[in-house]
Design a protein around this ligand. Structure first.
Ligand SMILES: *Cc1c(COP(=O)(O)O)cnc(C)c1O
Length: 396
């Protein structure tokens, strides 16, 4: 079968680098579990890349977020502000600690809206004795989880100002934004995940680089990172004797995963470059097309352009995303609907929502389109043509 007759996948991992060499080496050395040189090399290389004080490699992005929530001191009954338009893994760790999310709307970057955070803090809360409290029940608002959606970056200047004013911890979910950084403004040169108090990264199979499953966490200072690393290794105080002074977790990355990760990280700059070039190609192909548009990335940032999104123009097309997705799939183009709102998921239906408008609207009109780092020029053309044809059929 010709390549162009096959389904063009949404996003597949790419192992063009030294993955086999390093994984074989780890197996040959016998270091496959949580001890071994690749875990340390990956941490060191990530630290250098991100210009972070220290990095701890862990089992998943979810584990990285959970460790951040714990180290940030989020307690049972606290509130944590987060956008509902995200992957549920950004929100679940709040509940692991028996705290509760307050869902704040997103803005046009698809990231949490800083103006609505500000308004929520000013109008729905009181600030007493350096503690922000939700007026209705007096519970503390402890933190903000900021997700940098699809490689875009949230408005961190405003978010950090609000956080400083109200003594809130900021946890950046940079799982989709490894390599994205500001190119202008107060945080120019700073990477997603290194601006707030904590930053979480993921190396799951569909992220820009992968370790099969894995993640990493960083923080403002290396003591905090060391504490999270300690928690990730069962909080074992003593290398020889089994002394434990805290409740720990089995969250540390394995050497096998890290061997993949070291090879993948070597390719990251090139993968970002390809993502950016391919985005540009799509942009040219969709230029002037009225039925959908390619979502822009924010000005003033260098984005890794991890995922590309088309926004269906609801003025002309009312068809459900699920139907459009199925029609594209029949024609060999795999797409993905954006997430359902977390505040509408069963475990979260009773949680507080605040002025959710844009998140709701965007959740009904965005599809992610194929974006693998090894997608070809012909495939990109086919994707764009297929989308245009399908949407033209759907105009009423
Ligand atoms: C992928 C992802 C996570 C979770 O990472 P895992 O490594 O799969 O646990 C968290 N938040 C967001 C926004 C993600 O996209």
């Amino acid at each position: 079968m010709e390549r162009c007759d096959k389904m063009i996948p949404l996003s597949v991992p790419n192992f063009e680098g030294k993955e086999r060499e390093y994984v074989n080496d780890a197996v040959e050395q016998g270091w496959v579990s949580t001890a071994g040189k690749y875990v340390n090399i990956l941490e060191e290389n990530l630290k250098q890349y991100l210009k972070a004080p220290a990095v701890a490699a862990c089992q998943s992005g979810t584990a990285a977020l959970h460790l951040s929530i714990i180290d940030a001191g989020v307690q049972a009954g606290d509130y944590v502000l987060v956008s509902p338009l995200t992957f549920i893994a950004a929100v679940n760790p709040i509940k692991y600690e028996k705290a509760n999310p307050v869902f704040i709307d997103c803005d046009d970057s698809l990231c949490i809206d800083p103006y609505k955070i500000k308004k929520f803090c000013e109008e729905e809360c009181v600030f007493e004795n350096a503690i922000l409290k939700y007026k209705k029940d007096g519970h503390r608002v402890a933190a903000i989880v900021v997700v940098h959606i699809f490689g875009n970056m949230a408005n961190m200047e405003m978010i950090m100002d609000i956080a400083q004013k109200y003594k809130l911890k900021v946890i950046e979910d940079a799982t989709e934004a490894l390599g994205s950084h500001y190119s202008e403004g107060r945080f120019s040169g700073m990477y997603a995940g290194t601006i707030g108090d904590y930053g979480a990264y993921s190396f799951n199979g569909n992220k820009i680089i992968t370790t099969g499953g894995g993640g990493a966490v960083t923080a403002k200072n290396s003591e905090q990172v060391h504490h999270m690393k300690y928690l990730s290794t069962q909080a074992k105080d003593d290398a020889q004797f089994y002394v434990h002074n805290e409740i720990g977790y089995n969250y540390r990355m394995t050497n096998l995963q890290a061997a993949l990760g070291v090879a993948q990280l070597e390719k990251l700059p090139e993968y970002i470059q390809r993502k950016q070039n391919n985005y540009q190609r799509y942009k040219e192909l969709f230029d002037g097309f009225e039925l959908c548009s390619l979502l822009e990335f924010e000005k003033g940032i260098f984005s890794n352009k991890w995922f590309y999104s088309i926004q269906i123009n609801r003025k002309y097309i009312q068809t459900d995303l699920e139907k459009i997705l199925a029609m594209l799939m029949e024609r060999g183009v795999q797409t993905r609907t954006i997430w359902g709102l977390i505040c509408e998921q069963k475990p979260y239906r009773n949680d507080i929502t605040y002025e959710i408008e844009k998140a709701f609207r965007y959740s009904k009109c965005i599809l992610n389109i194929p974006c693998s780092t090894n997608i070809t020029e012909d495939e990109i053309k086919k994707v764009a043509e297929t989308i245009k044809n399908v949407l033209e059929q759907l105009v009423k």
